[in-house]
Design a protein around this ligand. Structure first.
Ligand code: GAL
Length: 657
């Protein structure tokens, strides 16, 4: 059956009918339609109401909600309820609980209290999903499904349970076949860590000092595979019993504990939950940056994830949850600038979202998230976001948009790799070496020049790109080396690239390992420094600082930026630039800008906090900054939304000739 099409530029909302008296349902659903929303996501936490006792299904209420939604012309995304197993289920199988690094099980009383590797839990997940899909799979209101909810939220990917131990041993056996091969790959002769059989292998927690990094990396890979297989089980059931419906999962921002490219491969589309203000509080950026963007969010964070999940979804993606006001879960929870909800919505469409759905219809007066705002207040009165959503709906209706064409590659590609994040987290070689921060800063440098970026896995086809950014890639895959050999654009490569083999060993020809086929250099020493000892760099008459990581390289390539002691921190060879340190943002901006201008890529001079994105024949501008700005556009520009002056939180859309 062909997939039921998604209406482009649509809005939606997350709704929890089980949390409200049934007398409210008709007016709530009607209110959504009145506001111009088309999609409603329901059900993802409702297991205890769907199956209050083992095998006693109570699906009548859900049937009623689905019928009401269909009558009102709302399309439903049905969530599988597996992120919240009910109490009776946990009591029957207490060993399904995830176990933390200290060996303590997490207990019932919130959510995500399951271990991905537990076969009993997996059978229960398949059972409830089968039952739901058998009952509602053909319901006319259902156009999409969401598997589970935010895999891994609250630190639940790595579980040190007995189920994980058993699963890990057989995963290792499949991978290595013989124990000798495993001993060899891990280097277990070190500290007499050799094993005689796979059954002797424990999980990499509770060791006296750090476990073998190869052991830890394989456990991360195993744990990521568990997410993939649980997700795939649900997808296969839904695909069989509810054909034609788009199957999604709602991923998170700045979350790297499993390989999202891998998991998304089994879905029809990706989606993610965008909480820009909460996310900024957790970013590793200077305090003045946090102050400047307190009420708008980091100007590159949502866009980074839009581009990442567009890539994961192979072009198809949604925002499943969009922050509508203050959240409850960050260290502090400011209110967005008036206009930001509208801006975030337009920006998602500019990056190719099919649907933007707000979290949530009405603020709950009870339980954990009672301080989390919604479109409506707990008493049902409209909260601030309502007016902005109304404005967005009418702009989307009146503007002559055609369906957003994202098929053309952006000028810039950025290689993003989950295994890189795990490798750097397992062996930071100092207190921390944050992969996400580094990747975001490379992305930021391109976006500050007005350049669009595609975020790509190592296996992507690179032919169309003019500039490739590789923030750091300790384990280089042969596919990437092969594509780099024929790549015709410029490449900027960050530190630690090629520094490990797939077995977490130092390459026999020294770092950057296989990259030496393309770049004649060897890293002969690495040192790391504390935050209080930045590395000063003077370049092109300006002073900068680099941070915490410094490689000494031997090379016949041209040193480009050098320290006073002559140590090169940037070298170039043909179209490649290698960075031997972590440059502060302004230095990275200057480096990327220099390379971009030599590559003759057209750029824009953007005022601080302004960002832009091309979508088909439209160009969007978004003002994240604290001041009004003038757009860098010619006088005769045709504006579809906004004008040449952009106020704080303003959006402009122009037609490109
Ligand atoms: C998401 C989650 C929602 C809700 C929301 C609050 O992480 O999927 O259920 O908790 O955050 O911001």
């Amino acid at each position: 059956m062909a997939t039921i099409p998604v209406t482009p530029y649509s809005l939606g909302v997350c709704y929890y009918p089980e949390q409200w008296d049934r007398s409210k349902w008709p007016e709530d659903l009607a209110g959504m339609r009145q506001l111009g929303l088309r999609y409603v996501r329901i059900g993802e936490f409702a297991w205890s109401r769907l199956e209050p006792a083992p095998g006693k299904y109570q699906f009548g209420w859900l049937q009623e909600v689905l019928d009401l939604a269909a009558e009102r012309g709302l399309s439903v995304v049905l969530g599988t309820p597996t992120a919240t197993p009910p109490k009776w289920l946990v009591d029957r199988m207490p060993d399904m609980l995830p176990v933390d690094q200290d060996g303590k099980p997490k207990i019932f009383g919130s959510r995500r209290h399951y271990c991905f590797a537990h076969s009993g839990y997996r059978a229960e997940s398949a059972r409830i999903v089968t039952k739901l899909a058998e009952t509602f799979g053909q319901h006319p209101a259902i156009v999409a499904w969401q598997t589970d909810n935010e895999y891994g939220c609250h630190g639940t990917i790595l579980s040190y349970s007995n189920a994980a131990r058993i699963g890990f041993r057989s995963w290792l056996q499949d991978k290595y076949q013989t124990i000798d091969r495993l001993n060899q790959a891990w280097g277990n002769v070190f500290w007499s860590m050799e094993y005689e059989s796979f059954d002797e292998i424990e999980l990499p927690n509770l060791t006296v000092t750090e476990p073998n990094p190869a052991h830890a990396l394989d456990f991360r890979r195993f744990s990521s595979d568990q997410v993939r297989s649980l997700n795939r089980e649900q997808v296969e059931i839904i695909r069989r019993l509810s054909p034609g419906r788009t199957i999604l999962h709602n991923f998170m921002g700045e979350f790297l504990a499993f390989d999202h490219f891998d998991v998304a491969r089994d879905l029809d589309a990706a989606s993610w939950d965008s909480y820009p203000l909460g996310a900024l509080t957790l970013l590793d950026v200077p305090e003045n940056h946090k102050r400047k963007f307190l009420r708008s969010g980091d100007p590159d964070f949502p866009a980074f994830h839009h581009d990442l999940y567009r890539s994961c979804g192979r072009g198809r993606w949604w925002v499943m949850e969009q922050q509508p006001g203050p959240v409850n879960w960050a260290p502090y929870n400011p209110s967005p600038h008036p206009g930001m909800v509208r801006l975030w919505t337009h920006e998602a469409f500019a990056h190719g979202a099919e649907v933007v759905s707000y979290f949530r219809w009405r603020q709950a007066p009870f339980a954990q998230e009672q301080m989390h705002s919604g479109i409506n207040r707990p008493d049902g009165s409209p909260d601030v976001a309502t007016a902005e959503i109304q404005a967005t709906v009418s702009e989307l209706a009146s503007a002559s948009f055609k369906h957003n064409d994202q098929s053309k590659a952006a000028p810039v590609g950025l290689i993003f790799d989950y295994e890189a994040a795990w490798t750097l987290a397992i062996q930071p070689n100092r207190e921390s070496f944050d992969y996400f921060t580094l990747a975001l800063s490379f992305y930021r440098s391109a976006r500050r020049l007005g350049l669009d970026v595609d975020i790509l896995p190592q296996t992507a086809n690179l032919d169309e790109y003019k500039l490739l950014l590789v923030p750091s890639l300790p384990i280089l895959r042969p596919e990437l080396i092969a594509s780099l050999k024929t790549f015709r654009g410029s490449v900027v490569i960050g530190p630690r690239t090629g520094s490990k083999t797939a077995d977490f060993q130092i390459p026999s020809n020294l770092p950057p390992g296989p990259l030496q086929e393309l770049f004649p250099m060897r890293v002969v020493r690495v040192e790391t420094l504390p935050d209080f000892e930045p590395i000063p760099v003077s370049w092109n008459g300006a002073s900068y600082e680099c941070r915490y990581w410094l490689e000494q390289i031997q090379t016949t390539a041209t040193p480009w930026i050098t320290l006073e002691n002559g140590n090169a921190v940037a070298c170039t060879h043909e179209a490649f630039t290698y960075l031997a340190t972590v440059p502060e943002q302004s230095l990275l901006d200057a480096i990327v800008s220099d390379i971009v201008s030599r590559a003759n890529l057209p750029t824009l001079l953007l005022p601080d906090g302004l960002r832009t994105r091309v979508s088909g024949n439209l160009r969007y501008f978004f003002n994240y900054g604290p001041n009004k700005v003038s757009l860098p556009v010619p006088k005769e520009t045709e504006f579809i939304v906004g004008g040449p002056e952009l106020s704080v939180a303003g959006v402009a859309i122009i037609r490109l000739s």
